[in-house]
Design a protein around this ligand. Structure first.
Ligand code: SF4
Length: 352
């Protein structure tokens, strides 16, 4: 169990895991920032971060606060005055790496401003920006070194009586990242922001993030996540939700069970499965839906499905909980399945 930390109206450390992303529009380009922020909000982004490398970004914060309703996080490096100004501009959370903010007095100034405005701070430790003494001591950004760096910063904030802290200790090495968070979880109860940093382009990046973030979430570790991808940030949100969905951590999300197809497949399983997946994306009935290629193994293998189809020769079967309820021509299979799904979704909504 982790301690709860409020970010605007969201509670990190509670039951729900929040998905976040970061703007990649050029700092100071307010219009581009707002267009992207709206696209991210539409995609389901719960928390939005932006880099604040200059004064122009402060105006972006002010405009974002009016344009979107998700909490906004300012990402600060080096200049503590930009952190103070971001607080004034209305951000909901500050991400700093206290190691590069400078003296303890500067960190204290940020802490005091955050405390006064009830704004949490994320300590973001990265394998690539570890303090020199820890690198020398450990010889590399090992999990122990990352944890020690994070705890050093946590203690500094605690020295100033600040406890609204969220921690991330990201590494581009998936194994190190998993080990580091697990170690940290044993010694502190602050909520964690999970992520694999510099994970790469979409395909490999999603795999790395799913393994790293997913392993930790499966352990019950993590309050919020960012899938970092060298791609459109909207893709990060989609991937984040797929990770939660795969682990049954997305309340009400539907699960699609579909067979891998084989020599017995006589209906377009791949096409139907893709269409059903798309149609279920925003459905929150919690239904398990199966798309199976044949009746030989289909209904039996997908017995746990609430509703499903199994292909035949020019026709298909609709089954509920493993029991066949209808036979329909192949070309009507998708529509017939969707009719049943829509009926069942209404029943769930009406509590039947
Ligand atoms: S359900 Fe049928 S078609 Fe699909 S993989 Fe299994 S045996 Fe093959």
């Amino acid at each position: 169990m982790s301690r709860e930390v409020k970010v605007a109206n969201l509670t990190l450390g509670g039951k729900r895991i929040y998905v976040q992303s970061m703007l990649n529009t050029l700092a100071g380009d307010h219009d581009a920032a707002i267009i992207q922020a709206k696209a991210l909000e539409e995609a389901g982004c719960d928390i939005l971060r932006l880099s604040v490398p200059n004064e122009a970004s402060l105006e972006t914060i002010r405009r974002l606060k009016k344009a979107v309703s998700m909490p906004i996080v300012a990402d600060i490096h080096f200049d503590y005055r930009l952190a103070l100004a971001s607080v004034k501009a209305g951000v909901d959370k500050i991400r700093i790496n206290p190691g590069n903010i400078g003296s303890d007095e500067k960190v204290k100034a940020v802490v005091d401003a955050c405390k006064e405005n009830q704004i949490p701070i994320r300590i973001g430790v990265n394998g690539g920006s570890l303090e020199r003494d820890l690198l020398e001591q450990y010889g590399a950004p090992t999990p122990q070194a990352l944890v020690e760096s994070a705890m050093r910063h946590v203690r500094l904030l605690e020295k100033f009586n600040f406890y609204d802290t969220v921690i991330s200790i990201k590494s581009s090495n998936v194994q190190n990242m998993i080990k580091a968070y697990r170690l940290l979880d044993q010694i502190c109860d602050y909520p964690f922001h999970l992520g694999v940093t510099e994970a790469g382009t979409k395909e490999i990046g999603i795999v790395k993030n799913a393994i790293g973030i997913g392993s930790l979430l499966a352990d019950g570790i993590g309050a919020t996540l960012r899938v970092s991808l060298t791609a459109d940030p909207v893709e990060e949100i989609a991937a984040g939700y797929q990770i939660l969905r795969a682990l049954d951590l997305l309340e009400g999300a539907c699960q699609l069970i579909s067979c891998p197809t084989c020599g017995r497949t006589k209906i377009p399983v791949i096409e139907i499965a893709n269409r059903v997946e798309e149609a279920l994306r925003k459905n929150r009935s919690g239904l398990k839906v199966a798309v199976m290629g044949c009746a030989v193994n289909g209904p039996g293998e997908a017995r746990e499905a609430d509703i499903g189809i199994a292909g035949g020769n020019g026709e298909g079967l609709i089954f509920k909980k493993g029991e066949i309820i209808r036979k329909v021509p192949e070309e009507q299979l998708y529509d017939a399945l969707m009719d049943e799904i829509n009926k069942m979704t209404k029943e769930v909504a009406n509590g039947q």
